[in-house]
Design a protein around this ligand. Sequence first.
Ligand SMILES: [Zn+2]
Length: 52
Amino acid sequence: MLGETCEICGWVIFRLKEDGKNSEEDFCLNRRCKGGRKYWKKQAMELKIRLR
Ligand SMILES: [Zn+2]
């Protein structure tokens, strides 16, 4: 089982579980895909926080 694939580009969907929350978020692993932008934006924000 490879899991879900993106409806837009066909890449594998990554499921992110947030700590302390029951919610799961699905993101496309393709940075150039609409479905992945939210995820990469979030990653960038977290990196900035860590760098401080
Ligand atoms: Zn995609």
